[in-house]
Write a protein that binds this ligand. Structure first.
Ligand SMILES: Cc1ncc(COP(=O)(O)O)c(C=O)c1O
Length: 492
């Protein structure tokens, strides 16, 4: 259990720089390891010597530059345009392609790119009072967030429990006169499968509706995998009907966090993304993205990363990732009781278990105890709980160690047996409804689960995950929101 609550940010007297850095390093020691190839979520590590130092130096160079006004800081505009051009070229746009007029913006991340794709689509149809978007159920939760923020209704189309993809006819059927945007993922985060983009874009186009391809996760991996010979289906601007694409540079472009690119097929499609306001006494505000003041740091760091790695570097990293994926998937196949959720065609390995004696949440804890940090995914509709591995190039040198660790963790999980929730906890959980949930109730529950005082997260999460898994989605949301609220308390 880690308690970081007693860190004060504003001491009465200033602290020497080296002490401050020591404090930060001590705090960082409580984190999951961002390097070393044993973390399968949150962090994208290429394992390239010197890249961190380069990105940090570039970040520092531009940290105080403000993206608020591109005329004041042309350096940032130049780097943004370079990033957009590179992303467009990689994703089937630019001179000599079927999408020569692609334009784009650099945003702070995938969520912002998706919010803006939805905003642009919504604001292109001011005639509609109740706009809607259509997305496969496997689309990233950021679309639900965008729908919530922008007061747009989200219509989800179920995914097939075997292919984990939506049926194109079902997508077509979900499109209504009020639909402003249809979504496809390339690939989905949870399972790493590429949706039938050609079919989805075609039905959107036939209905006169925009089609956004969420390639936030894999947009910087799929093109290299394709060049290496992988059978990547069409998903980019080469597909007629695709009107916008998002790709996160802080994922498989291996840039430090805070950079995504949102591309539109032409400037007219992008126009409603912008916000401009002159009706106040200050400067006229013109924002292509959500933030107004923006640090140049992430943009400079991404620019440096792309320039340094280059196409040959990304190809090399994609080959290492592809081999790591194959190795990890092989280890899963060789382990009794485990089953791959999908063929690992991209950079995700996702597995489940059909064996009632093998509790996946206990397995995740056993892997964590052995230094392998995987991501549990809860039961959803007719999809079972699963374990997600985002695979990056840094994993490659570790692959040989994974199989034995997985076998050991599986044996330990079997020996420990499935989680049995204490009856009093089950009774309490059973009585909870999202509406009736109070901070006190959640605090009591957290206490019972060993999450006392919201001080941190215990090393073993199987009981918590089992409890969450047994709760309907609305209750999970409320429970976790209350819990995070408990974690986020001021440190005096
Ligand atoms: C497919 C997809 N879209 C969107 C996002 C959201 O990106 P971010 O966390 O950068 O906001 C993610 C993040 O994993 C993703 O995988």
């Amino acid at each position: 259990m880690t308690d970081t609550a007693d860190v004060g940010a504003l001491p009465a007297r200033g602290t020497p720089a080296s002490d401050v850095l020591d404090e930060i390093r001590a705090l960082r020691a409580t984190d999951r390891p961002t390097h070393g190839g044993r973390l399968f979520a949150y962090v994208y590590d290429p394992g390239v010597a010197g890249l961190d130092e380069l990105a940090q130096a570039a970040y520092a160079e531009s940290a105080h530059v403000n993206g608020l006004d591109p005329t004041a800081f042309p350096s940032l505009l130049a780097m943004e345009n370079a990033l957009v051009g590179a992303a467009a070229r990689l994703l089937g746009g630019g001179p000599g392609t079927s999408a020569p007029d692609v334009v784009g913006s650099v945003t702070s991340g995938g969520t912002e790119s998706l919010l803006l794709a939805v905003k642009a689509a919504r604001d292109a149809r001011p005639d509609l009072t109740e706009p809607r978007i259509v997305a496969p159920a496997s689309a990233h939760a950021a679309f639900a967030k965008a729908a919530h923020y922008l007061r747009v209704t989200l219509d989800t189309v179920p995914v097939d429990p075997v292919t984990l993809r939506p049926d194109v006819a079902a997508v077509a059927a979900a499109i209504r006169p009020e639909t402003v945007l249809v979504v496809a993922s390339a690939p989905s985060y949870a399972h790493g499968v590429v949706d039938p983009v050609t079919g989805i874009a075609a039905v959107a186009q036939a209905a006169g509706v925009r089609c956004h391809v969420d390639a936030c996760f894999g947009g910087w991996a799929l093109p290299w995998l394709r060049r290496l010979g992988a059978p990547v289906p069409p998903f980019d601007f080469a597909v007629p009907g695709v009107t916008s694409i998002s790709v996160d540079l802080h994922k498989y472009a291996y840039a430090p966090k805070g950079v995504s690119v949102l591309l539109h097929r032409d400037p007219a499609l992008r126009a409603p993304q912008f916000f401009a306001y002159a009706d106040w006494p200050g400067y006229t505000m013109v924002n292509p993205v959500i933030a107004s003041t923006r640090s140049g740091g992430p943009i400079a760091a991404a620019y440096a990363t792309l320039r340094h790695l280059g196409e040959d570097g990304y190809l090399r990293l994609a080959a290492a990732t592809r081999d790591a994926v194959a190795g990890l998937a092989g280890a899963v196949r060789a382990t009794g009781g485990l089953r791959l959720m999908a063929e690992p065609d991209t950079t995700v390995v996702c597995f489940t278990s059909d064996d009632p004696g093998l509790d996946l949440f206990v397995l995740v804890d056993e892997l964590t105890a052995r230094g392998w940090h995987t991501q549990p995914q809860l039961t959803y509709a007719d999809l079972p709980a699963s374990v997600h591995l985002t695979v990056t190039a840094a994993v490659a040198p570790r692959v040989a160690e994974f199989g034995p660790a997985l076998a050991e963790a599986v044996a330990a999980a079997r020996a420990a047996g499935p989680v049995v929730l204490p009856p009093e906890l089950l009774a309490l959980a059973g009585s909870l409804t999202p509406e009736a949930l109070t901070p006190e109730l959640v605090a009591g529950l957290a206490d019972g689960l060993g999450l006392a005082g919201g001080a941190g997260v215990p090393d073993r999460m199987a009981v918590v995950n089992t409890l969450l898994d047994s709760a309907p989605a609305r209750l999970r949301e409320r429970l976790l929101a209350e819990f995070v609220g408990m974690l986020q308390r001021p440190a005096w």
